[in-house]
Write a protein that binds this ligand. Sequence first.
Ligand SMILES: [Zn+2]
Length: 124
Amino acid sequence: MTCPCGSERDFVHCCALIHSGQQKASTAELLMRARYSAFVVANIDFLYNSFHPSTRRFQSKQDIESWATANSWVSLEIMKSTVQTVEFRAHYKDEDGVVRVHHEKSNFKELQGNWYYVDGRLID
Ligand SMILES: [Zn+2]
């Protein structure tokens, strides 16, 4: 399958390598893309583990899983990325099939050579 992150590469040669730890997400944007793909394939462990340790403890795998699986993920649009932030729009359909957009500006931090998602702010 084509990678959901929008790279137009095959999933196994793209975000799957990051999910399995064979390849590091070398930038915040690559981690963001890998996290979006993880929502699509419902890789809850990756989503949980890619939270920065400072915010990971506030997360619940169950909440991540219900958000990942209740929605049907359509596409990812990166609006703007800097070294430590990514603004994106994730297009999805909710449980009722209603088309929605999750527009967020996220903060990332690097820790010992790995990028982590810290938190994000919703933009309307
Ligand atoms: Zn990808």
